[in-house]
Design a protein around this ligand. Structure first.
Ligand code: ADP
Length: 421
């Protein structure tokens, strides 16, 4: 194995695994630290999905180190810490503390932080992160339920989370090519910086960074910056296009969508699905808190739907509604209540004949996959940038699409099924 990856949430892990497999690396994704019994010998890259984005920073660092240790045992030579392309974090972490811990683990003295993913509208210019052309602090991320992002300057954001001095490799260096980027690394190191935010506004920039950074023991960022790594690792072997499958063979069975994301893309997708005739059940967090709504009610409703198509269960709500619920229940408590409830629904679905599931939301997907006991996934075709169909490698046989809240086209919940056979 060449590359060992640690992702701070599940949909982010899938996004990275998809990027690496598309670029020609044989990639396996594990849910949590892989068991020693899992055979990883055929993989060029392994992506370990943690659920460490919003847990206490010390715990996130400890889990990331345990994953890194397991990956090194399985043969990993280089390491990649994957977080969200919108840099989801708080002043307490966890991007800074986990980077610090992993950098010490690899024995390196310098790394980069690059959340840019132009295909998904995430670009970084002069250290400022833009989401579809809008500065991060003006984008819908300012209202995220768990990690509201109120500053677009990533040098500042990251510096608040770490003792390691943070610098910047700006657009001018990246646009000038890999040699210029390596010179910029030396310049930043000489200035005492241990982590650099690095600009990227096109795929070409990401490929340049991949070439310049392939020798670093640790790289951190979104899945975009992984784009250039497979080519840099195997200069002599071009991407094997036969790896790009267009359909996933899925187990026969019924289909469901569970949406626990309140991100703007998911809000639109829920709206379009309902307009498109998908039967939908809305979860009210206050009804969960009072005990008025139980999994049984939802499962009975699901059983009563017989359109032959997918059913949708969603807690997706507007920023105002989320704020109101959080004021009454507390931010973390509300989040966990909803995640736990959707996970309970998911746990009951396979025995009712559901084998094809879309889950919207990173935290939500983590909770759902945990409840289903899924430990490893193979990566199938891409539905929209960053979101593939996957199939479970062990345990209950399921086709799963785990969607980061803000990913996917408006008709995602309607069109995704056509890639299954
Ligand atoms: P995303 O990928 O969009 O960030 P996540 O699932 O990671 O989505 O995070 C959304 C969080 O919001 C979860 O903790 C979820 O339980 C919580 N949540 C979902 N619906 C509501 C709601 N109606 N009110 C408050 N919190 C909610």
């Amino acid at each position: 194995m060449r590359l060992g990856c640690i992702a701070d949430d599940l949909t982010g892990a899938t996004d990275l695994a998809l990027m690496l497999s598309r670029e020609g690396l044989r990639t396996v994704q594990t849910i949590g630290v892989p068991d020693e019994a899992l055979d990883l010998s055929g993989a060029d890259a392994v992506v370990v999905a943690l659920k460490s984005r919003t847990i206490p920073a010390q715990e996130a660092a400890a889990q990331s180190l345990a994953a890194a240790e397991a990956l090194r045992k399985a043969g990993a030579k280089n390491f990649f810490f994957k977080y969200c392309s919108t840099f989801d974090s708080t002043d307490g972490g966890n991007i800074g503390p986990v980077t610090e811990a992993l950098l010490a683990f690899t024995g390196g003295d310098f790394t980069l932080a690059c959340p840019a993913f132009p295909a998904n509208g995430r670009t970084v210019y002069q250290g400022h992160l833009f989401v579809n052309g809008v500065p991060l602090h003006e984008s819908s991320m300012k209202d995220h339920p768990l990690t509201p992002m109120r500053d677009s300057n990533l040098v500042r954001v990251l510096q608040r989370q770490t003792r390691l001095p943070v610098g910047l490799v700006p657009f001018e260096d990246v646009d000038a090519g890999a040699d210029a980027v390596q010179k910029a690394f030396e310049r930043e190191k000489a200035a005492g910086h241990r982590i650099v935010i690095i600009d990227a506004i096109t795929d070409q920039h990401l490929r340049t960074i991949g070439v310049a950074a392939a020798g670093l023991p640790l790289i951190t960022g979104g899945s975009g910056v992984a784009m250039g790594l497979p080519g840099a690792y195997r200069k002599d072997r071009p991407t094997d296009s036969s790896l790009k499958s267009t359909h996933l063979t899925a187990p026969e069975g019924k289909a469901a969508i569970l949406a626990g994301s309140c991100s703007s893309a998911t809000r639109r997708q829920v709206e379009i699905a309902i307009k498109g005739g998908v039967p939908a059940f809305r979860i009210d967090p206050m009804a969960l808190a009072s005990g008025a709504l139980t999994p049984r009610t939802v499962l009975d409703w699901i059983a009563a739907q017989d359109t032959g198509g997918p059913v949708l269960v969603y807690s997706t709500a507007s920023p105002d509604e989320v704020q109101d619920v959080q004021t009454r229940l507390g931010r973390m408590n509300a989040g966990e209540l909803v995640e736990h409830f959707l996970a309970e629904i998911a746990r009951a679905l396979p025995e009712k004949g559901f084998t094809r599931l879309i889950v919207a939301g990173g935290e939500t997907s983590g909770a759902v996959v945990g409840a289903l006991g899924v430990s490893a996934l193979t990566i199938g075709p891409e539905i929209d940038p960053g979101v593939p169909w996957t199939r479970t490698l062990a345990g209950t046989d399921l086709a799963l699409a785990l969607k980061s809240g803000n990913f996917g086209a408006p008709d995602f919940f309607l069109k995704a099924w056509s890639l299954l056979q």
